[in-house]
Write a protein that binds this ligand. Sequence first.
Ligand SMILES: Cc1cc2nc3c(=O)[nH]c(=O)nc-3n(C[C@H](O)[C@H](O)[C@H](O)COP(=O)(O)O)c2cc1C
Length: 364
Amino acid sequence: MTSQLFTPFSLRSVTLPNRIVVSPMCQNSAVDGNATDWHAMHLGTLAMSGAGMLIVEATGVELAGRISAGCLALGSDENEAALAMVLKKVHQYSRMPLAIQLGHAGRKASSQVPWLGGHSLSPEAGGWPTVAPSAVPHKEGDQVPQSLDTAGIARITSAFVSAAQRADRTGFDAVELHMAHGYLMHQFLTPLANQRTDEYGGSLENRMRLPLEIFAAVRAVWPADKPLGVRLSATDWVAGGWDIEQSVIFSQALKRLGCDWIDTSSGAQLPQQQMPMAPGFQVPFAERIRRETNVPTMAVGMITEPQQAEDIIAKGQADMVAIARGFLWNPRWPWHAAAVLGAQVDAPSQYHRCLPAGVHRLFG
Ligand SMILES: Cc1cc2nc3c(=O)[nH]c(=O)nc-3n(C[C@H](O)[C@H](O)[C@H](O)COP(=O)(O)O)c2cc1C
């Protein structure tokens, strides 16, 4: 039987040759938000993987929106030129559709890089001031963010718009807005971080307001033939927080604004989360959002085996699967999955002689 994982999938004018997506992965290797040779190597390797699409790491729409000082940004001509240089190299050798994840870290900005602990850095310790819906730190001892006023909200909305315009000029095929993992948009969505009393806080409608305004503003400038998706944390895994019911309502609102996919992650808003990590544990969220909203979904999280990924697509639980750590472990994961599932992948001609005995017709 034909593998469903290896069937094409169209998002507006972009056709993914298969349903496997390289999940966004921060590299903490940028300088002043500028991509470096590391990005050319890292993304170049993944662009040879045969995946259907690659999503570049969380990229701050302004320097203050970076998670760490090593995160990419797309807020200046210099940031744009550095990323354009990387894309030029990648595009020279790969036809893989490239997306970029645009975000703002809010109160989780100004963090140390993960391999040095990932903790919140005060401006005195080499970080920078942070902003959030409310002046509530991510956890005790972290920097207290400044609550965004109307002018701050307008500045961040226009930073998303101009970063999307830069992403278009840079040559990206798609954008994913980062509304997950406890970053700024997620901070607005969850009542556990958003304690505002104006039109951006309180009711679900008010908490969704800024993320929806930003989505609409980006959609208005992002070319009509290019897809725009969203990554969500479907639940905070904390009682009284953001949950799957609110995610379904939010996804329906995003769909009305033209959202092309929901990348369904979870958690990372609060340290007290109770996350039941297990293979495919977030797949039911992707399945429910897909079923109840008809928006295509991407399932992500502990999807490591070809048959597991195949089953998710074949059973209609999601339209795409995103894989992160599996790609670092095995940058040619799709080749191996194609060999197991009797399918074909796109691979550079220079590598076609690699096939071991017994594997035939792997490369399309
Ligand atoms: C090194 C690394 C960096 C990550 N950076 C990002 C990121 O930039 N944006 C994001 O939404 N998720 C990020 N994640 C989360 C992954 O995209 C993914 O959702 C998570 O690792 C679960 O998938 P997996 O089990 O296939 O690794 C990162 C994960 C890893 C391991």
